[in-house]
Ligand binder design. Structure first.
Ligand code: AMP
Length: 219
């Protein structure tokens, strides 16, 4: 079973694209950020431990994050693979991922890097709104909901993530450059990294990713 990793700076569109790819390929979309937000909503111990890091725009410690993702990958719906989004974010996490995949007889097929100019990233994050119930993603300008402040899919309220405030966004971009950019190098060295232009309409970017992966695109 093959896994894919979607990489790129925060706000580049990883969540949106990873969800679409998961649907297209019939495998789960596994987002470490969504897993953390679920823990926050449920007020679990792990959620409480992670909260202050998330609100400051910092990374949650590797140990906690790796254990959470390992548990998710072991669930039965991942037997045919999955699309990882937001994980790995450090070289230690990338190494742990290699181990946990081989433990389950799986491998990492490709890491896809979505690229986007920094001013477009900031614009995307400031307009992003997320549904409270299931994390469906909207944008005030590029993908507004039919009714203001309400999710089209499940009718729950939309909110702005606390870590999408400008100050925290800047911090997240610095963390990305310092800690996550080395993971790109790690995958480039293993010859599994592909770069895909993340600008433009959602559907076009999905097509670009599918082509880069050598998958057939349904027209
Ligand atoms: P995201 O939704 O992927 O932007 O993640 C939101 C926040 O969750 C990040 O800014 C981190 O604080 C935390 N987080 C998500 N994934 C990871 C990870 N792989 N390692 C450490 N922290 C993470």
């Amino acid at each position: 079973m093959a896994f894919l990793v979607i990489m790129g700076a925060p706000g580049v569109g990883k969540g949106t694209q990873a969800a679409r790819l998961g649907t297209a390929l019939g495998v789960p979309h596994i987002s470490s950020g969504d897993l953390f937000r679920e823990h926050l909503r449920q007020r679990t111990e792990l959620g409480q431990e992670a909260q202050s890091y998330i609100n400051r725009g910092e990374l949650v410690p590797d140990e906690v994050t790796i254990a959470m993702v390992r548990e998710r990958i072991r669930r039965p719906d991942s037997v045919n693979g999955g699309v990882l989004d937001g994980f790995p974010r450090t070289v230690a996490q990338a190494e742990a991922l290699e181990d946990m995949l081989s433990e389950s007889g799986a491998y990492l097929e490709r890491a896809v890097q979505l690229t986007l100019a920094e001013e477009r990233i900031i614009e995307r994050m400031s307009g992003r709104r997320v549904c409270q119930a299931q994390g469906h993603i909207y944008h005030l300008v590029h993908k507004p909901p039919l009714q203001d402040g309400v999710c089209d899919i499940d009718g729950s309220p939309l909110y702005q993530r606390e870590d999408d405030q400008p100050e925290t966004v800047r911090k997240r971009l610095v963390v990305y450059r310092e800690l996550t950019a080395p993971v790109l190098h790690y995958y480039r060295m293993r010859d599994i990294l592909v770069d895909v232009d993340g600008d433009g309409e959602v559907e076009r970017v999905t097509h670009r990713i599918m082509r880069a992966l050598g998958r057939k695109v349904a027209e």
